[in-house]
Write a protein that binds this ligand. Structure first.
Ligand SMILES: Nc1nc2c(ncn2[C@@H]2O[C@H](COP(=O)(O)OP(=O)(O)OP(=O)(O)O)[C@@H](O)[C@H]2O)c(=O)[nH]1
Ligand SMILES: [Mg+2]
Length: 134
């Protein structure tokens, strides 16, 4: 299974990619310039967690379409436009939202997303919630 972790610069993608595979995240992650993956097994299933560079560019948009899940990091700003782009580029991928712990207090900003592409999308505050969705 392939899980792509995407979002804007500094939104916590590298930190979340580590958490999703059960690793301690780097204390001071360097900005991600190239697409990387981390491998693990979740419930006996081989999983690759892909840590995307910020945004969606020409180089990474083709890869998105190979993802079973696309996880959007939420850092307090709207992610509607990102969800819309994923919907276009990877229509078969399932979406989830990963909230960086710094922004737990602003999770209410997701409440307007009742309709549109984020309706019924799981919102995860910790890795175990994400694992349950897979
Ligand atoms: N307190 C807190 N800090 C976080 C969290 N997630 C990330 N950070 C910090 O935020 C900064 C950016 O985190 P990254 O995981 O590198 O974010 P990124 O989206 O991979 O960044 P780019 O690759 O540059 O786009 C780092 O200093 C992290 O330690 C979180 O959940 N809580
Ligand atoms: Mg990164």
């Amino acid at each position: 299974m392939n899980i792509g972790v995407i979002g804007k610069r500094g939104s916590g993608k590298t930190t979340w990619a580590h958490r999703l595979v059960g690793l301690e995240p780097p204390a001071r992650p360097l900005g991600t310039a190239t697409l990387n993956y981390l491998a693990c097994a979740i419930d006996g299933q081989d999983v690759l967690v892909w840590d995307f560079p910020p945004g969606i560019c020409e180089h990474t948009k083709g890869v998105l379409n190979n993802m079973d899940w696309v996880a959007i990091c939420y850092d307090g700003d709207t992610i509607d436009h990102i969800a819309e782009a994923v919907h276009q580029l990877a229509p078969a991928a399932r979406l989830m939202v990963l909230v960086t712990s710094r922004h737990i207090g602003s999770v209410l900003h997701l409440c307007h997303l009742h309709n549109g592409p984020l309706a019924r999308v799981p919102v995860c505050l910790d890795p175990s919630q994400a694992w349950e969705c897979l």
